[in-house]
Design a protein around this ligand. Sequence first.
Ligand code: SIN
Length: 195
Amino acid sequence: MKPQDIVIGKTSLWIFGYGSLVWKPDFKYKRSKVGHIQGYKRRFWHGDNFHRGNDELPGRVVTLMEDDDATTWGVAFEVTGTQVEESLQYLNVREAVRGGYATRAVDFFPEDGQAPVTALVYIATEDNPLYLGPASPEEIGAQIAVCRGETGHNLEYLLRLAQFMRQCCPRVDDPHLFAVEAAALAVVPYLLVAQ
Ligand code: SIN
């Protein structure tokens, strides 16, 4: 199913967040559910020259990479009525114009055991000019520890995402996320000494 097929004429739409949307959707919604999608892994491989970095020091934010064996946990938000158009307009600026993300349709599996629903998700692919690609947790953590943008520090983004996983998905491991978090926190004392 194409993203536009799940949007056109819709009076109800699910939007899946796996990055900053999980703690800061900033749009009106009817309800939200924690759960996962399949076939994608979450990686700090996308560059950010607006929200969490700038042109000189682009931050690193998460995107989804296709991987048949992977699952990614996050939050799906159901928007209804006029919220559909309002949320899409808001997210187009936040995620597409400023973030370089494109939309895809995915199956979302709520943790409450209810039936899966089709959800819209924002994904940045390798052909995006902002894409940075793989690096070691140490390299990614060091970059995140020094970047900030219009929305805040890149470290805040990382720590809030790790906090979400610990609080809302305590039984789910996320080795990439937690390795980057540990690497970034290991750098922080040296940055404070250097100030
Ligand atoms: C985003 O939603 O990707 C940007 C917002 C943020 O960094 O907090």
